[in-house]
Design a protein around this ligand. Structure first.
Ligand code: SF4
Length: 323
């Protein structure tokens, strides 16, 4: 008997897997990559949690499908920011259900706890997720199982319902107790969860779709660097640190050209169709972010095209264009 767990790296999904593994069932931890996870690397954390409970880790990339079918047209709307949580969960379970046959699994599990999050984990929302994903009966939530209707794995006797939990609400005492009894270590996930719940990141998406149509290649251009919208409509992105610069430098996206200078400074991108005025402004702002100590005219390369100007703006001048 094999089950697929929707796995985020968090404590609850880890505990849910452990409860099922302890019943002699093989569990594949399925992490769904929507593209909008934090920029922090959580991979090693996720693998570590899986190792501790004896689950196999697999990641599934749904970025394209997510942009086309979930992000901009959620049936159940958004949370506080650009987070379409109910539809997002529904999509994740739909994907996991698709994987069931391919991976030879008989049911699905998740770490959701009834009543833990007011909007996305009340009983109505949990039911909406089932309706969206067509998983009725196949999705078992081990942490709240005894407070929910029995599912197929329980009714068929694949899983002993009596050994599952009855956790309801926001109090996490029982989860802590379980973590301790299982001897779990380092279960605090590294900072930063889903960027769609972040207000500033949500504003970047709103700005982007006011000017353009999003595709998978655009995701890193939203996640890294200072984001500016220049007066004549060009998008301008300036790396903030070595990590941003490395990611921005590697971007291959026909919507942008890379800006190069021989000075010591950040890596930048600008819309390929930027006006001459926006390009001149971007050049001056880019110089403002370069290491001081140079004088006179500087030549910057916008892709193959060169532009020469002096540095007569400051970083403060950039602030009014921040998204
Ligand atoms: S927080 Fe993000 S990943 Fe989680 S359900 Fe909501 S939209 Fe999806």
């Amino acid at each position: 008997m094999k089950a697929i767990a929707l796995f985020s790296g968090g404590l609850d999904s880890t505990l849910a897997m452990k409860l099922i593994i302890d019943q002699g069932i093989e569990v594949i931890a399925c992490n769904i990559n929507t593209g909008f996870g934090s920029t922090k690397d959580r991979l090693s954390h996720m693998k570590n949690m899986c190792e501790q409970v004896g689950a196999e880790f697999r990641s599934v990339d749904i970025r394209d499908e997510y942009i086309r079918e979930v992000l901009f047209t959620p049936k159940y709307g958004y949370g506080k920011n650009f987070n379409p949580c109910i539809d997002c969960h529904g999509k994740m379970f739909e994907v996991a259900k698709r994987k069931m046959e391919e991976w030879g699994a008989s049911f699905l599990i998740s770490g959701e706890v009834l009543g833990q999050r007011p909007m996305s984990q009340n009983s109505e929302s949990l039911q909406k997720v089932l309706n969206l994903s067509n998983c009725e009966g196949l999705l078992l939530r081990p942490l709240s199982a005894q407070a929910l209707e029995p599912t197929i794995p329980e009714l068929e006797g694949w899983v002993d319902r009596d050994k599952l939990e009855n956790i309801v609400g926001r109090n996490r005492d029982r989860q802590m107790e379980l973590a301790e009894s299982f001897g779990l270590k380092d279960y605090e996930a590294p900072g930063g969860g889903c960027l769609l719940t972040d207000e500033k990141f949500s504003n970047k998406i709103r700005d982007f779709i006011a000017h353009d149509t999003m595709s998978v290649e655009d995701i890193p251009t939203l996640k890294y660097g200072r984001q500016l919208r220049l007066p004549e409509g060009a998008k301008f992105i300036i790396g903030r640190n070595a990590e941003d610069n490395a990611v921005l430098e590697a971007i291959v996206n026909p919507k942008y050209v890379h800006i190069h200078t021989e000075l010591f400074g950040p890596h930048s991108l600008i819309s390929h169709n930027a006006s001459e005025t926006d390009k001149m402004l971007a050049a001056k702002l880019m110089l403002a972010y370069c290491k001081p100590g140079f004088e006179g005219e500087q030549t910057l390369m916008f892709g193959e095209e060169s532009l020469t100007t002096v540095s007569d703006l400051t970083r403060n001048d950039a602030a009014k264009y921040f998204i």
